[in-house]
Design a protein. Structure first.
Length: 254
């Protein structure tokens, strides 16, 4: 007995197409399956798709290499200044990834920049997006080693496969000339191709000192500002607040 419900038939057809079954095979099934059989097949395909989505998220999370799990749930945005007309909900909509836009999270140490960057990255992973997290010093070291061992092209290709690149602690550690030029190559390659979140306590005017080259810094800033937003973090150090809470027995400092 063929499927009688148009809704059941449409649901099964949509699910089957998501598995790349041919229209001919779908039509043949719908011509002979009962409504109960169609729902059984739909449930089977839905279960398989859910498992695939879960496995994909787990793979993406491992590849992202976040230093620790973080979430935006309960995050205090009261000391975070977004550009006019833009706010936390806009950020967490992840629409910026589609548009390959960038963010610079600027503020003193301990204000929650890294926490928010990881939380945004984790949300991207949950949405099926590829993310890579590096401290800037870590990435520069990897790039320098890859350049000297002849593996630079492979590493660059690996980074290019992500939708969002998170670079933490830009400017915290001095960068030599070779490292600065390799880092510029990575960041410049992101321009209009993939999004980037950069956390730093260094104002734009001092990026030339970090990179050891004012022209390099100016070119990099132009690219980021053209398709990016500056988010400023103020208030008291969250690490200090966490430490005080620990001293009072108020929970962990994650």
């Amino acid at each position: 007995m063929a499927v009688r419900s148009r809704e059941d038939a449409a649901s099964l057809r949509s699910l089957a197409r998501s598995m790349y079954f041919s229209s001919e095979a779908i039509d043949a099934l719908l011509a002979t399956a009962s409504a109960a059989e169609a729902r059984c097949v739909s449930d089977f395909i839905s279960s398989e798709l859910a498992i695939r989505a879960r496995n994909k998220r787990e793979r993406l999370y491992r590849r992202a290499q976040f230093p620790q799990p973080k979430s935006v749930e309960g995050y205090d945005f009261s000391q975070v200044s977004f550009p006019d007309g833009y706010g936390p909900s806009d950020l967490m909509s992840l629409a910026f990834v589609e548009r390959a836009e960038d963010f610079v999270f600027l503020g003193p140490t301990g204000r929650g920049k890294t926490h928010l960057a990881i939380a945004v990255g984790a949300a991207c992973v949950n949405a099926g997006r590829a993310v890579r997290f590096f401290t800037t010093a870590q990435l520069v070291l990897l790039l320098t080693r890859a350049s000297r061992s002849g593996d630079l092209e492979r590493l660059m290709a690996e980074i290019a496969r992500c939708d969002l690149l998170v670079l933490d602690e830009f400017g915290y550690v001095p960068i030599d000339v070779e490292g600065a030029r390799l880092l510029f190559q990575v960041m410049s390659d992101c321009y209009e191709r993939r999004s980037m979140i950069l956390t730093t306590n260094i104002e734009f005017s001092k990026w030339g000192v970090v990179l050891g080259d004012d022209k390099l810094a100016s070119a990099l800033i132009d690219r980021i500002v053209h398709h990016g937003r500056l988010v400023e973090f103020g208030g008291a150090s969250r690490r200090m607040e966490d430490a005080l809470m620990l001293g009072k027995g108020g929970g962990d400092a994650a």
